[in-house]
Design a protein around this ligand. Structure first.
Ligand code: CP
Ligand code: NVA
Length: 304
């Protein structure tokens, strides 16, 4: 049987995604009660990082250990991948020794090529185009605080980047409407907008996108790999900040999320992280629980 991969949210059905999110909450509850779970005993996850990470690395590594398995950190600097060994050769070799592979890299094509040659599940832990693992945690967090997101309005304020792209996929999979407010030239990919035109409304004004929204989300103005655009982006995005004034335009029970790391004074005001509407710390912790649910689903082929 060919391995199941998780390269975008579209690699799963809506019902699989919903079960996964529910399972993540069940795992969180078990974990908080101190229950020991050895579902992935003796299983090994290889984690390939070509970009920095705090949450993703810690959640995958801690998650594997807490489920009785182990995780191996591989940076492109120290492996032959960084010295030009073909991706397909690396995939054949690594996947012959471990039970799943997680990759954080630049081009989305890299994870697709790796997955095509891998005999075990491959997880996209962020590419320039998508960050599906973060969306599992975000959807889990919304559900835990507000119930089903079906029919809700989510406002994405800022760059049409990898996170925004995964929010577009999530809008289709979890059945919500996405308002995107971004400056000219920083829109999400045209192909995604076209494919989901019934689900997305593009705005220039953050206040218009935020009006009556149930969830406000943003991300850094310059993503990893865009460091040399930092100055130009600071200028382009200067009006695109989530702050209490913008939040006041949203629904009275609106939540605020950010995948983190955050830049206070740029995409959020200094007071947003601790604002009563903010669920950023739950969102970050849920990376652990969502990752565990995902690993069980992909490695064991079931959720229970
Ligand atoms: N949100 C997220 O993916 O964080 P890291 O870059 O720290 O992994
Ligand atoms: N858009 C950000 C997300 C970091 C988790 C980046 O790609 O750097």
């Amino acid at each position: 049987m060919a391995a199941r991969h998780f390269l975008t949210l579209n690699d799963m059905t809506t019902s699989e995604l919903e079960s996964l999110v529910d399972h993540a909450t069940a795992l969180r509850n078990e974990w908080r009660q101190g229950k020991v779970r050895n579902s992935l005993e003796n299983r090994v996850l290889a984690m390939i990082f070509e970009k920095s990470s705090t949450r993703t690395r810690v959640s995958f590594e801690a998650g594997m250990t807490q489920l009785g398995g182990s995780a191996m950190f591989l940076s492109s600097r120290d492996t032959q991948l960084g010295r030009g060994e073909p991706i397909e050769d690396s995939a054949i070799v690594i996947s012959s020794m471990v039970d799943a592979v997680m990759i954080r890299t630049f081009a989305h094509e890299t994870v697709e090529r790796f997955a095509a040659a891998s005999r075990v599940p491959v997880i996209n832990a962020l590419t320039d185009e998508f960050h599906p693992c973060q969306l599992l945690a975000d959807m889990q967090t919304y559900r835990e605080h507000r119930g089903s997101i079906r029919g809700a309005t989510v406002a994405w304020i800022g760059d049409g980047n990898n996170m925004c792209h995964s929010y577009i996929n999530a809008a289709a999979q979890f059945d919500f409407h996405l308002n995107v407010a971004c400056p000219k030239g920083y829109e999400p990919a045209e192909s995604l907008i076209k494919a989901h035109s019934d689900r997305i409304t593009l705005f220039r004004e953050p206040a218009e996108a935020a009006r009556n929204a149930h969830l406000l989300v943003t991300d850094v103005w310059a993503s990893m790999g865009q460091e040399d655009e930092q100055k130009a982006r600071q200028k382009a995005f200067s009006g695109y900040q989530i702050n209490p004034e913008l939040l006041a335009m949203a629904d009275k029970d609106a939540l605020f999320m950010h995948c983190l790391p955050a830049h206070r004074g740029e995409e959020i005001s200094a007071d947003m992280m601790e604002h009563p509407a903010s669920v950023v710390w739950d969102e970050a912790e849920n990376r652990l629980h969502a990752q565990k649910a995902l690993l069980e689903f992909l490695i064991l082929n079931h959720l229970d």
